[in-house]
Ligand binder design. Structure first.
Ligand SMILES: [Zn+2]
Length: 914
């Protein structure tokens, strides 16, 4: 097909003959793996669907193509039940009729990490190789908006096409646009103006089909070029194939000359469409979060905050702890590939848009939480193992601090050390256990049962049997237990137990003396001296340049101060001032008559932002860490009345907010806990901006995205400017780092209708509690976005425990996020290894590190440059190859390489020399 002359738009001239318009019919199904029904319920239907599809495609060559929703999870879920059908699937795929991938699952892009997105794509591509390869199209049909870096991610996986629906801004006026990432990478984006189901449920009758095409052509005339092709996505949520499709398409072609229909593949259509209209595409750079023509469902970011916290912890335990520590400290042969694969599969499955968004049945959300817990357990277990390897390899005994991130830093550590002499001015003693040398004479049965209680060597935290011995003479048996602060891998406890049991069996009345040898130990907080990036250092207490103090009186106000920042708590409001700016920590509770997808205020709202009582409780007093509790009592309405659409009832709630300040740190850590007693409400903490702001900067996948004060919407979905951030958001001189509190909004806008509107407050959502999966007639989104099922889970009744940190100093937000969320790790050591007192396994600077792991035995490092300037990424003393996201070599490097602004790069290092 030849492209139309450039610049020619509008309708075709009246009466003029035209070539028939090409109509590409792409049969597919959109398979939400779990949503308003649980996974297993949907899978029963999936297996029937694929059974029938295989029969249909094998018997009817006119049913030429089928798109298995762009996600391999569908294939694996099917084959788990029908493994014998893999050759049938593979044969149809090899014939180019069944397209799979490229994703493993159709994820949400904003609520999971950049690494999760990349691993999802890589897992899809790897699995797809069993089926002759994946569809070479970045198929993103139902995601609730799209991250700015997606074009770059797709390009680095060799994909030149994206297919999108939600989030496309009104400036896009055709069925395709050029979508550009912040680094300049572009893809051709096919815009599904009417969604991925615009050709669902086609009529069986050819005349009716032609009629439907004519009305569609009319309805979407503004988007269609004169005689450019038209795409009919023949399928929708969990829909089964229409077996008569091949016949009705052939009959429709015989009936008329205006349309030339063909059942085809999505990739086939895109190649044709790209060739037909290259010069006319609007260009859009950055994220797609507009509600101009389709819902972006922005309220999912704050729905089920427990799921978002679980996601943050699981991803962090894998990406920032287990993988880098295992890659760098565990011998290559012991790289835990299988464990990590299990954990990542759980995390990837959970990234499905209905799963992480938790706009799903309560049973689905239970399953999501369980998967995240298992992934985190694997991550934490592998982290422990890697730290133990460091401990065992140290030349000298004593605690060792390990830095799992790239930037050299010190930080607070909690260590247990022998209590020798005075503790010193730069540490904070938490507890001291006196030495316990002594001999107890007991009967054999008592000693036997006591030893039986010992599980391994652990007595309690900080007390382990490090050695055991047994002697016997004429006077009896003597059992000696040596107790130390660190667990030892091989103690003789079990041997001693067995030996004692044997001897007691032959001589049950012998006297047993138990000798306990426990030196005095001290559990303390200290500031560890700087540890190199991806390195280790024997515990060394650094002098405190800025010791922290708790001062004041609970009745008149308490202050935490360290010379870098002062946190002064007001005993009447329970709010606090940061460096003199008052009003932080104000809890604002309002009604939410929305659903899991969208916030919506009740018609008559009652907002509670003042507690009825405030009590300040001093905690730790420094010098390393100081804390205090702000305990408030408030009365919140109990629910939104369905008849009056007003908040009704009252419930008292006690909220405990712990403020913590550490020596030498400019950020205050905040942890808020309460038992949620109320339904249908939204709780936000209001955080004053030191300077008014007209924009925010929020962490997103592989970048920081800048947003203004408004969002594009329409009557069917109000453009609510609540936005997601990954781990941090900045505005007006304030940096907020959080754990899973993804939703923020800039509020309290001065000059809102004037030329220079400025926000003075950042509202961080702590909880959004609603009772319907979806709802009809909401103020901000009148039409349902899913089934109108009542749910208990999203009400979040019960314990809520949320954490964030605030900083008003000029800080690098990535460094601060690592400091708050990925602290230095501590391991114990008995010494005797060959590792020096301080060193590093890997030095990376000049860019942010997203991933360090082993691939095919080599260490692979993924970095990104979130700045507007090119950077030189140095990987000291290492060489290797830059590879794309499919692991294909791009170019070699020696010690360093240049990375463009906002670029992502993956470096595979040559094997270590040692
Ligand atoms: Zn979906």
């Amino acid at each position: 097909m030849t492209p139309p002359p450039p610049g020619q738009g509008g309708g075709r001239p009246d009466g003029g003959a035209r070539r028939p318009r090409r109509v590409a019919v792409v049969p597919h199904t959109h398979w939400d793996r779990e949503w308003y029904d649980p996974f297993q319920t949907y899978r029963l239907k999936l297996v029937r669907l694929v059974d029938d599809l295989l029969d249909l495609m094998e018997s009817d060559s006119a049913y030429r193509d089928f798109l298995l929703d762009g996600q391999l999870a569908v294939v694996d879920d099917y084959l788990e039940i029908r493994p014998e059908h893999e050759p049938r699937l593979a044969a149809l795929a090899a014939a180019g009729r069944l397209t799979v991938g490229p994703w493993y699952i159709l994820m949400d892009e904003f609520l999971v990490s950049g690494e999760t997105i990349v691993r999802n794509l890589q897992k899809g591509i790897a699995r797809g190789s069993a089926f002759g390869g994946v569809m070479e199209v970045g198929y993103l049909p139902d995601m609730f908006g799209h991250v700015a870096q997606m074009p770059q991610i797709l390009r680095q996986a060799g994909l030149g096409h994206a297919v999108v629906w939600r989030g496309v801004p009104s400036v896009v006026d055709g069925t395709a646009f050029t979508w550009t990432a912040p680094d300049g990478s572009s893809v051709r984006a096919e815009y599904l103006v009417a969604g991925y189901g615009n050709g669902a449920a086609l009529p069986e009758d050819a005349k009716q089909l032609v009629g439907r095409l004519r009305s569609m052509e009319e309805e979407f005339a503004d988007f269609l070029s004169d005689d450019g092709p038209m795409l009919l996505m023949n399928g929708s949520d969990h829909l089964r194939p229409q077996p008569w499709l091949g016949r009705v398409v052939a009959e429709a072609n015989g009936l008329q000359d205006d349309f030339d229909l063909a059942v085809t593949s999505l990739a086939g259509y895109l190649d044709e469409a790209a060739a037909a209209g290259q010069d006319e595409l609007v260009e859009w750079t950055g994220e797609l979060r507009s509600g101009a023509r389709a819902n972006v469902l922005m309220g999912v970011a704050s729905n089920r905050v427990d799921v978002k916290q679980a996601a943050a912890r699981a991803e962090r335990s894998l990406e920032q702890l287990a993988e880098p520590l295992s890659a760098l400290f565990v011998p290559p042969a012991r790289w835990p590939a299988a464990f990590l694969d299990v954990a990542w599969t759980l995390v990837i499955r959970n990234s499905a848009h209905d799963s992480i968004c938790a706009c799903s049945a309560d049973e689905v959300v239970d399953a999501v939480l369980h998967r995240y817990a298992e992934a985190r357990q694997i991550g934490e277990g592998l982290t422990e193992q890697a730290l133990a390897v460091v401990g065992r390899s140290m030349a000298e005994a004593g605690p060792v601090a390990v830095n799992p991130t790239a930037v050299e830093r010190g930080g607070l550590v909690e260590v247990i050390v022998p209590a020798v002499g005075e503790a010193g001015p730069d540490v904070q003693v938490l507890s001291e256990r006196m030495g316990m040398p002594g001999t107890i004479t007991l009967d054999g049965a008592t000693v036997r049962s006591m030893l039986g209680l010992l599980q391994g060597s652990r007595i309690e935290d900080g007390a382990y049997v490090t050695d055991a011995g047994l002697t016997q003479d004429d006077t009896g048996i003597e059992v000696t237990l040596v107790i130390g602060p660190e667990a030892s891998e091989d103690t003789s406890v079990e041997e001693v137990k067995r030996e004692l049991f044997t001897r007691l069996t032959t001589n049950p009345d012998v006297e047993v003396r138990l000798v306990i040898d426990q030196p005095p130990v001290r559990r303390m907080l200290a500031r560890q001296a700087p540890v190199p990036g991806f390195g280790w250092a024997r515990f060394t207490s650094a002098p405190l340049a800025h010791p922290v103090r708790l001062e004041g009186d609970p009745a008149t106000g308490l202050t935490l101060a360290n010379g870098l920042v002062t946190v002064a708590v007001d005993p009447t409001t329970g709010t606090f001032a940061l460096d003199g700016v008052p009003g932080y920590g104000r809890l604002v509770d309002g009604g939410d008559h929305g659903d899991t997808y969208n916030y919506s205020p009740p018609t008559t709202d009652t907002v509670v932002d003042t507690p009825s009582s405030v009590t300040l409780v001093p905690g730790e007093r420094g010098p390393v860490r100081a804390t205090l509790d702000v305990v408030t009592t408030s009365t919140w309405p109990e629910y939104v009345d369905g008849t009056t659409h007003a908040r009704a009832g009252t419930r008292d709630v006690v909220v405990t907010t712990t403020l913590e300040l550490r020596a030498d740190e400019p950020a205050v850590r905040v942890r808020t806990r309460f038992t949620n007693p109320s339904r249908d409400h939204r709780l936000r903490v209001h955080l004053p901006l030191p300077a008014p702001a007209d924009r925010s900067r929020a962490e997103c996948a592989f970048d920081v995205v800048e947003r203004g004060l408004v969002a594009e919407g329409r009557a069917e979905e109000f453009g609510l400017p609540t936005y997601p951030s990954r781990r941090f958001v900045q505005a007006g001189g304030l940096t907020v780092v959080h754990e899973g509190l993804l939703e923020y909004e800039l509020v309290d806008i001065d000059d809102a209708d004037g030329p220079e509107p400025r926000a003075t407050t950042l509202a961080l959502t702590l909880l959004r509690a609603t009772g319907m999966l979806s709802r009809l007639g909401m103020a901000l989104r009148p039409l349902p976005a899913g089934p109108m099922d009542a749910l208990d889970g999203p009400q979040m009744l019960g314990p809520v425990d949320v954490s964030y940190a605030l900083c008003v100093a000029d800080v690098d937000p990535y460094d601060l996020a690592d400091e708050i969320l990925v602290p230095l790790q501590v391991s114990g050591s008995f010494g005797g290894g060959d590792r020096s007192a301080r060193g590093s396994e890997l030095t990376v600077d000049g860019a942010r590190v997203s991933s360090v792991r082993r691939v095919s035995g080599s260490v692979e490092v993924r970095v990104f440059n979130p700045t507007d300037a090119p950077t030189t990424v140095r990987i000291a003393d290492r060489s290797g190859w830059l590879v794309d996201l499919r692991g294909r070599p791009v170019e070699p490097f020696e010690g360093s390489f240049v990375l463009r602004p906002h670029g992502i790069a993956t470096a595979r290092l040559d094997r270590e020399h040692d």
